[in-house]
Design a protein around this ligand. Sequence first.
Ligand code: ZN
Ligand code: ZN
Length: 441
Amino acid sequence: MVRIRILAVGIVCVAASASAYELGRHDRETGVQRTIAPSLYAADANTYMGFEAGTILPEQAPVGIVELRDVYYPGTEDLAPDEMRVIACGTGMPNARPKQAAACFLVELGNGDKFIFDIGLGSAERISAMKIPYDYLDKVFIGHLHADHMGDLDALWVGGVIANRQRPLRVWGPSGTEDRLGIRHAVDHMKEMYAWDYASRLGNIGLAGLVIEVNEFDYRGVNQVIYEENGVTITSIPAIHALDGPVSFILKWNDLKFAFSSDTYPNSWWIEYVQNADLVIHECFATPEMLVEKQNFPVRDALNVGTQVHTSPAQFGKVMSATQPRMAVGYHVFNDFDTQPLILADIRSTYSGPVALATDYMVFNVTKEEIRVRMAAIDEDIWPPPPTTAKLPGNPADRVGFSPFIAGGREVYQDIIDDLYSRVNERYGTDVPVPGARGGN
Ligand SMILES: [Zn+2]
Ligand SMILES: [Zn+2]
């Protein structure tokens, strides 16, 4: 009983902070707000949770651990076999800002699978904060090819290898009206852009993780299966946003249904196929007034972008009322002390169900019984987690090396290098030879 009380107080604190989680916890049957069962308090009006006044409560001993901090500390919790955990790793807008990266949601399933939906600018550092071995972060689904939805694919690709990913990166994304507007063209040319980066790493690190598997699918597919493995099915539906090409995703696993809009205007496919989902992430853009007053848009552009290119908060509410998710999550807006009340007021003009307005590091634990919403507390001093399989060094024979001109410019502090090789070999019991005066290349 005490356990539930503390949890509820924690949720109130989270709601009062930067995040917007308006409601308490929700039962599966009704999706209705549920904070604390009145009976927990009412057993005896003259006691506090059944304890006499002045009693030190079991969880509050002065030297004890606080068991139920209502915060998610990455890497410290098991995921139950039937549970889904969704972490907001980017909830902002195309404008870079420290508080919110651009679109990215990480979905973790109790069967061990993990999926990244969109990987917008700045999101890779949020992903890194989750302390997940990069071998497990190998599946990326990109809803459309705006930079705020795929701009950190390079950071996950190259950075993931350096952070110990030893398997190919798998990317799913839509086609376009012509080849050069599809995901395959985008990935191929991202690799071209990084030709020097790639060449520079040959022989210095293992390269298996630099392979990218591209899965391009028809953007016009309606409820088409694009992924089916290990009990997980992901389908795509067309989205309406800026140009032909964008899609939204629906993930089904273990009788749980998750949907991610990427960017879209309200549309008939979403209304038809995202009915009664457990958790939906749908864009909920800045109001036209915010675009005028915060972003300096001309009024005409603000109205166009805010209501035609994107889904405004009141339109978001309409979509949620029409589809009735257990938990509606709005994202794609700068979620601040001054914008949040205005966004929620517009949402509430058209929707009265459970809603959370996402900000970075918001965490959703989803089971059939409840949906728990918390904020993650992250370690800014994060280093990469270890690999999941034994890691071998790069083969020096693969190195491209320097031209004689550049190599000839080295100032070789041979005594320092000799000392370091000796010190490190001694520490690790190895016998790596000191390279020649030109660095072994
Ligand atoms: Zn977009
Ligand atoms: Zn966007």
